[in-house]
Design a protein around this ligand. Structure first.
Ligand SMILES: [Zn+2]
Length: 231
């Protein structure tokens, strides 16, 4: 097992391909996810994964598309910003609000999923993954209520919502669930030194600005959302 490669989305060796979910899933998570789906069904919800595992290269591609304007950079109200109007530092900040740096997405681990409720979908509706869909009156409000309750009881739940609150870094993502048991080893290994060494060694968009603001970026967008680790 190469932990560094697992953390940074450079291997799928610890994962199993799930045809049903159309994604790779951590081998320890697969049965737990199945259980969660069954539980959702008994509550009138059909939990579906919109996005699961993402590789380093896939995450890098997302960031590059946001930088060159082929994928929108949204503000907190869902309005698109023009990357040309932003300084490199502002661009980095705007991107990190909704997307992780390549190498540092929880989606690299195979333990994290963006979910929606298929039963809540109006006919012909395209899922957008925006906060309004999970609020009262939105198609996935029921799912949000259910999963919030389930994961807030205590830490014995198999899953939790790492982006449940906006802590001044990553925006609130009520659709993002994370598997509890596998994440401590990843979080504990993802130290500041790990972060800075990886950024230095890799070709990562906006690398210079990231390195200038490394400690702040690490604290605000990575460490602040750890569930277990207090490193
Ligand atoms: Zn997510």
């Amino acid at each position: 097992m190469n932990l560094k490669e697992e953390i940074t989305g450079q291997t799928t060796k610890h994962l199993i391909w799930s045809e049903e979910d159309n994604t790779y899933i951590h081998k320890d998570v697969l049965p737990k996810l199945q259980h969660l789906k069954e539980l959702s069904q008994s509550n009138g919800i059909e939990l579906v994964i919109l996005s699961g595992f993402r590789s380093f290269e896939a995450q890098k591609g997302i960031i590059e598309k946001k930088m060159n304007g082929t994928r929108p950079i949204l503000d907190d109200h869902g309005e698109a910003k023009n990357p040309k109007d932003l300084t490199p530092s502002e661009l980095l900040e705007s991107i990190l609000r909704w997307s992780a740096l390549p190498g540092f997405s929880r989606h690299h681990w195979g333990t994290d999923f963006d979910i929606y409720d298929k039963n809540g979908l109006p006919p012909g509706y395209q899922v957008q993954l925006v906060p309004d869909e999970y609020k009262e009156g939105g198609p996935f409000y029921k799912l949000n209520e259910w999963i919030s309750e389930l994961t807030s009881q205590d830490k014995s739940s198999d899953f939790f919502l790492p982006y449940k609150r906006d802590l001044g870094g990553v925006a609130k993502e009520p659709w993002h669930i994370s598997f509890s048991t596998s994440t401590p080893q990843y979080e504990n290994s993802l130290t500041y030194n790990f972060f800075i060494n990886f950024v230095k060694e890799k070709e990562i968009p906006l690398k210079d600005v990231i390195l200038e603001r490394a400690q702040e970026i690490y604290n605000r967008f990575i460490k602040a959302y750890f569930h277990y680790s207090t490193i």
